[in-house]
Design a protein around this ligand. Structure first.
Ligand code: T1G
Length: 674
């Protein structure tokens, strides 16, 4: 075999077993060089009479983690994955896939083509292509059902979640779970055991019976989750094809479905987000090997919804937390809610039964701010008021140990102004969590003018540890997400005055793919959030609602009326209030089209995103996309606001904005958004 530099795949002989080893960091993606090396390795084993069986494994952190996504959309180089898989499948000598790490996508399909599969206990096996807007395109939709049956295959393929080695063994996807630290030796021993077994088992030779009940049950259970996406339905169709067509016809059907998805807009958008999420973790101008500050104990000020949720992120990651409240009753309530949340997750099997105790055992509740003196990071999550925050940071400046990072969870306010209330602005930044903080993946890390590089890098690294998707934002009102929300809310309220209804505007957004529209969101968050609380001062429709106590879902009335199950219905009272406002403003009522709603609520978000980028308050357009996907539920199959604008066509967006009198950002007008 050629040297590993050109060829990432080598072979090693172990008596009568040939071990084929891929060493292609970071994840042994099945790129052209790896595919070529696999072809050569299998050919060597088949041709060598002294070899009775083969083992296929990978060096580094994982077995093949899939086709090389960076090759998509480019002319294929070298042997195709299908040909390599056909070769493995047809091998005259048994090949044992030795799995560690995450055997995903094409990696799982390579393993399925092998005649046997063994895995270490910590391994995961899956077909996540659907999360890229694709489907397993190298035989996975035809082989997996033949191994695990229709029900399990539908879950794995159309939802895309991997299974553990233990589960894989239970469903027959893995033949044996071997020693965590003896994968190669155990795989070789296993190969010797099966070397002479005949006939050599080939997945393609198996049958899988139709299971219409399983298909219908899957559709019923997952219809909502699959809504708007093209790939899941195609996955289901391929699994059904595996039960109805001969193997090769099924492969052909799979390939046709795969190409339709690969050439569609949704997969391009979802692949964009896959890389955008990883790119967001990179901070321009800061070396990736910068020394980070150790974070062993985190202090959280405030045990309310946000403070409790924030604390849970660290506790769940095994990081000790000191949580501070001013009143004992509030402190006890907050920690009680945290415990209840953990216990509910454990009851649903989402976490291990002992996880709640483990997490709560790392929590130190206190009424004394001074108890934060040993914390490496302190996150303030109190009332959204600048004076309150400045007072707290002034105190923290005296209490916190040198080198402690001081963060505010503010969702709008000026981090530089907060930092100026301390003698250590270089240790101050924003960590804006999204509610519920223990659930929402997005974390906006707000870089102050004086925030030190290592402080920023430490926060970014910590975000990954607590399984957040973090994006660096500059200091600007509302940072990235909430700043883009503002023009949308302003226009949505204007549209009400001009003749649109809350339900029409929300419907346009939910049909677009958002989880909810502006008014549904307002009712969920609370119509009274940010209200001046003077019932006699009624300057907007929102003021009128708030003055009547229509504060949203929590009051069974907001922009909608709600029944006891919080199901919304259009409100005649709200219609009256809108009508009253409109007539008093002499605003003529007119027919508003859905397209106008798109142009006046979604396009301005893109425009604001372009301005944020021009002002250097976000590093790159893909970061803005990540914020909206993970912070607000923008449909991933549209790739985020900036990607969507590009796929809509900048000219169309600019024309739409100009039609309604918006001042268009220079880079948007020039089509040079980065
Ligand atoms: N191709 C190319 N690069 C990949 C890659 C892939 N499949 N997977 C990861 N990377 C890069 C990633 O961009 C990052 O790069 C680095 O590896 C570490 O990734 C025919 C069509 C494996 C669980 O969907 O889920 O097979 O930023 O930061 O957190 O049917 O990566 O360092 O430059 O995510 O430890 C199907 C995608 C492909 C798996 C590891 N496979 N990858 O997570 O590291 S389509 C997938 C992951 C396919 C076939 C079809 C994760 C991971 P950089 P990372 P991680």
């Amino acid at each position: 075999m050629t040297s590993p530099v050109q060829n990432p795949v080598r072979t090693e002989r172990h008596g009568d077993v040939l071990v084929i080893i891929s060493d292609s960091p970071p994840v042994n993606a099945l790129g052209a060089a790896v595919r070529g090396g696999l072809e050569a390795g299998v050919k060597e084993g088949v041709a060598d009479a002294s070899i009775t069986a083969m083992v296929l494994r990978c060096d580094g952190r994982t077995f093949f983690a899939g086709a090389d996504i960076t090759e998509f959309g480019k002319p294929m180089q070298g042997i195709g994955l299908h040909e390599v898989i056909d070769m493995i499948d047809a091998s005259s000598k048994p090949i044992v896939a030795a799995i560690h790490g995450t055997a995903l996508g094409g990696g799982c399909e390579v393993a399925l083509a092998c005649q046997y599969r063994v895995a270490v206990p910590s391994a995961k096996v899956g077909l996540p292509e659907v999360k890229l807007g694709l489907l397993p395109g190298a035989g996975g939709t035809q082989r997996l059902p033949r191994v695990v049956g229709v029900k399990a295959a539908l879950e794995m393929i159309a939802l895309g979640d991997p299974v553990s080695a233990k589960k894989a063994a239970e469903i027959g996807l893995v033949d044996k779970v071997v020693g965590e630290d003896s994968l190669e030796a155990d795989a070789i021993a296993f190969a010797r055991e099966i070397a002479d077994k005949r006939p050599i088992p080939r997945v393609r030779d198996r049958e899988v019976a139709p299971d219409p009940e399983a298909v219908e049950a899957f559709r019923q259970a997952n219809g909502r989750k699959m809504r708007g996406f093209d790939a899941p339905a195609a996955c289901v169709a391929c699994v059904v094809a595996a039960t109805e067509k001969p193997f090769d016809e099924g492969l052909q059907f799979e390939r046709e479905q795969f190409m339709k998805l690969m050439t569609g807009t949704q997969s391009a958008a979802q692949r964009h987000i896959f890389f955008a999420e990883r790119q967001a973790a990179k901070i321009d101008g800061i070396a990736s090997d910068i020394t980070l500050r150790p974070i062993n104990r985190v202090g959280v000020i405030g045990a309310g919804t946000m403070g409790g949720g924030i604390s849970m992120n660290f506790l769940s990651a095994g990081i000790a937390v000191t949580i501070v409240e001013m009143q004992k009753e509030a402190l006890d309530r907050g920690t009680g809610v945290m415990r209840k949340n953990y216990e509910a997750s454990a009851a649903k099997g989402r976490i291990k039964p002992d996880a709640p105790e483990q997490a709560m055992g790392l929590l130190k509740p206190t009424l004394n701010l001074e108890d934060l003196a040993d914390c490496d990071l302190i996150i303030e999550a109190v009332y959204e008021n600048m004076e309150v925050k400045k007072e707290i940071f002034g105190k923290l400046d005296k209490i916190a140990k040198p080198g402690a990072i001081l963060a505010s969870n503010t969702s709008y306010l000026d981090i530089d102004e907060i930092a100026a209330s301390t003698s250590r602005p270089e240790d101050v930044l924003g960590m804006h969590f999204f509610s519920p903080a223990n659930v929402m993946k997005l974390l906006e890390i707000v870089r102050g003018a004086k925030t030190a590089d290592d402080v920023l890098a430490t926060a970014m690294a910590l975000a990954k540890k607590i399984r957040k998707v973090a994006v660096v934002a500059g200091v600007t009102h509302g940072f990235i997400g909430n700043r883009m929300l503002m023009p949308r809310q302003v226009e949505a309220n204007k549209l009400l005055m001009e003749g649109a209804t809350p339900e029409q505007i929300d419907r346009v957004h939910t049909e677009f793919g958002m989880p909810m529209g502006p008014f549904q969101m307002s009712d969920l968050a609370g119509v009274d959030i940010g209200w001046h609380r003077d019932p006699n001062r009624i300057e907007s429709i929102r003021d009128a609602l708030a003055a009547e106590g229509r504060w949203g879902q929590k009051k069974q009335a907001g922009y909608y009326d709600y029944d006891e199950k919080r199901n919304p219905t259009p409100s005649p009272r709200v219609a009256e209030i809108i009508e009253d406002f409109r007539s008093r403003s002499n605003m003529p009522k007119r027919e508003i089209t859905d397209q106008e709603i798109v142009e006046r609520t979604l396009y301005p978000m893109v425009n604001e995103g372009a301005l944020i980028l021009e002002e250097g308050k976000a590093q790159r357009g893909s970061d803005v996309d990540v914020v909206w996907i993970y912070g607000y539920g923008w449909p991933v199959y549209r790739g985020g606001p900036m990607f969507w604008a590009q796929s809509e066509g900048y000219d169309k967006v600019v024309a739409g904005l100009e039609k309604h009198g918006f001042k268009v950002a220079d880079t948007l007008k020039a089509g040079t958004i980065k």
